[in-house]
Design a protein around this ligand. Structure first.
Ligand SMILES: Nc1ncnc2c1ncn2[C@@H]1O[C@H](COP(=O)(O)OP(=O)(O)OP(=O)(O)O)[C@@H](O)[C@H]1O
Length: 267
């Protein structure tokens, strides 16, 4: 479904040159599969996600190919990309408060996402928003639909973010550190929701995290990044049990011993 070939991204540097931050990444993702991308801060995880969804800053230069269902996103005109982005790719951001519009109720934001791509009536959009809010397990959705983001808890806001990402039944979902900003107890609930929805809807998921524990729990395959390069890629269990690269070993070693033992035991 998604095939990335030799993706290079660079930004202008202060001396008038270019600084390359992704040095030729290859990856592929099948329908319904979850690929975890792990790597330390600055390794290029977010730049990779933004390139796929077409939201790199204008100053960025991207080369290579990002093929979604055979269509190269890097070669598409802006308008076509905007349409495709909403229809085929959903994005879940790290900080739901900044991703949501503070001046609009949860329900209207979900409804707006729906109406942007499909000609449906206000009443239909509201009903569909309610259904999506139930799907992401927002308790008492009928009341919450009229709440503004600041009236919701962090976990509820992230659920609204997931509902928006799913509004258009995307083929591919990208979640960039979706639980980093949340309380640990809420983190597990949000991961469960994402996991269940991905299985139920058969969407492909790219899950970005600096937390190898989160990746281990959620991903079929894992890609380890360091300094804009792919260090290794493989089945999650294989990579965790037999890390090929020193950097992956360091990542694993940074986990508490008990967590590490659990991962290496394959649980
Ligand atoms: N708009 C930008 N302009 C210039 N350089 C940028 C820009 N965005 C990112 N970079 C650079 O690209 C590199 C990769 O950054 P990126 O945000 O992808 O890392 P990351 O792995 O997602 O880190 P984190 O886990 O901290 O979010 C970094 O060196 C960063 O400084």
């Amino acid at each position: 479904m998604l095939d990335i070939r030799n993706l290079r991204v660079s930004f202008p540097d202060r001396r008038g040159g270019q600084r390359e931050v992704l040095h030729g990444i290859d990856l592929s993702l099948a329908k319904g599969e979850t690929l975890g991308i792990v790597g330390e801060s600055g390794s290029g995880k977010s730049v990779l996600a933004l390139a796929v969804i077409g939201l790199l800053p204008r100053t960025a230069r991207a080369e290579g190919e990002i093929l979604l269902d055979g269509e190269n996103l890097l070669a598409l005109p802006e308008r076509r990309l905007t349409r495709l982005r909403g229809a085929k790719i959903g994005m879940i951001f790290q900080e739901p408060m900044t991703a949501l519009n503070p001046a609009m109720t949860a329900g209207s934001q979900i409804a707006e996402a729906l109406r942007l791509h499909r000609p449906i009536s206000r009443a239909e959009a509201r009903l569909e928003a309610l259904r999506l809010m139930d799907m992401v397990r927002i308790r008492d959705a009928k009341a919450r639909i009229n709440s503004y983001p600041h009236e919701l808890s962090g976990g509820e806001r992230q659920r609204v973010g997931i509902a928006i990402a799913l509004a258009l039944k995307p083929r591919l979902l990208i979640a960039d550190e979706p639980t980093t900003a949340l309380d640990v107890t809420v983190q597990a609930e949000i991961l469960d929701i994402i996991d269940d929805l991905v299985a139920e809807l058969g969407v492909g998921l790219i899950l970005i995290s600096h937390d190898i524990g989160v990746i281990a729990r959620m991903s079929d395959r894992v890609l380890v990044m360091h300094d804009g390069e792919k260090m290794e890629e493989g089945g999650t269990e294989d990579v965790l049990r037999h890390p090929a690269h020193d950097y992956t070993k360091t990542l694993l070693a940074s986990l508490p011993r008990r967590v590490r033992a659990g991962l290496e035991g394959g649980s």
